[in-house]
Design a protein around this ligand. Sequence first.
Ligand code: UD1
Length: 343
Amino acid sequence: MQMEKNNYILVTGGAGYIGSHTVVALIENGFTPVIVDDFRNAQRSVIQRLEELTETNLLVNDFSIHDKNQLIQLFNKYPFSGVIHFAADKAVGESVENPLKYFNNNLGGLISLLEVMIQFDNQKLVFSSSCTVYGTPDLVPVTEDTPTKMPESPYGFTKLMNEQMIHQVQTAHPELNVAVLRYFNPIGAHLSGWIGEEPQGTPNNLLPYITQTAVGKRDFLTVHGNDYNTPDGSCVRDYIHVVDVAEAHVAALNFLNKRKVGIETFNLGTGKGTSVLEMIRFFDEISGMNLPFKVGSRRSGDVPEIYANTDKANEVLGWTAKRTVKDAIRDAWNYEQQAKEIQ
Ligand code: UD1
């Protein structure tokens, strides 16, 4: 059946962790995602798994969004009713070692995309930002009005720059209608266990490190510091289920379809903080294991405590995180155990 023409949504980075879960949510809500991904950070097998999961033939385009000619051809082919921009590099440590890679990819990618969107008068953009733009906040929880600060890493800097670029471009092109989504800490996997987080090499992020330790790929987890001024001394984050994050993108698209806002920014979190030591305890509870861990020194650039005030997303987008941190740990653990079979 021919889908209605206004259902096509461009999803850059659609084979990635959050992108792939959003592709599922889009299909479940009647949209037709058109993926652009150069697979630099994603496995090609994600596409087959997504196709089986959604019983759909996906529209997949294997190129980098830096390639404006290919983007232009794609915009000529599909009358996109919206764009969701995920394609970016996100490894904080790598960005410290190779900042130019991050400037080139994360800043250059957005420039290329915005230029083509403007050329085609394509107005609706949902942009992946991060709570990293708050730096180390003076007060928690943070609202969207909490002042942004210079992030600790080049990765974080690119997210803050991206947001500022969008503001300045939108001022010059007021027809643009943008939802900026500041993710807190997305974790977990699809309930099916078919898609999830697939870090390349040694994971930087906490939960993939935990699950890889539990299956024996790593010897033990290092807790980066237990001497912070937090309830148990370890860092506190707002871990949010990736499927809730995905569903927020659908809510953001529906919101942009209904309202011409210019730019609206939303925190995507649960509103609750969980410490590293609590995460380990929850994992032990769920898996029935005793995760081996050691307490190490603080990791440079870590923020002691951050979690979201989510009132704005709740009230304006009508979206709220439905899944708990324990649901997310269970789903990530389920995915890690199945991962060997499906790759
Ligand atoms: C970081 C970025 C965030 C980015 C995300 C993507 C900052 C401040 N945050 O999140 O913007 O979107 O990465 O990758 O730049 N931990 C351990 N041991 C480990 C791994 C982590 O104790 O082996 C701790 C960390 O010290 C931290 C917590 O777990 O307290 C979460 O760490 P992580 O999953 O890496 O996420 P963030 O650093 O919060």
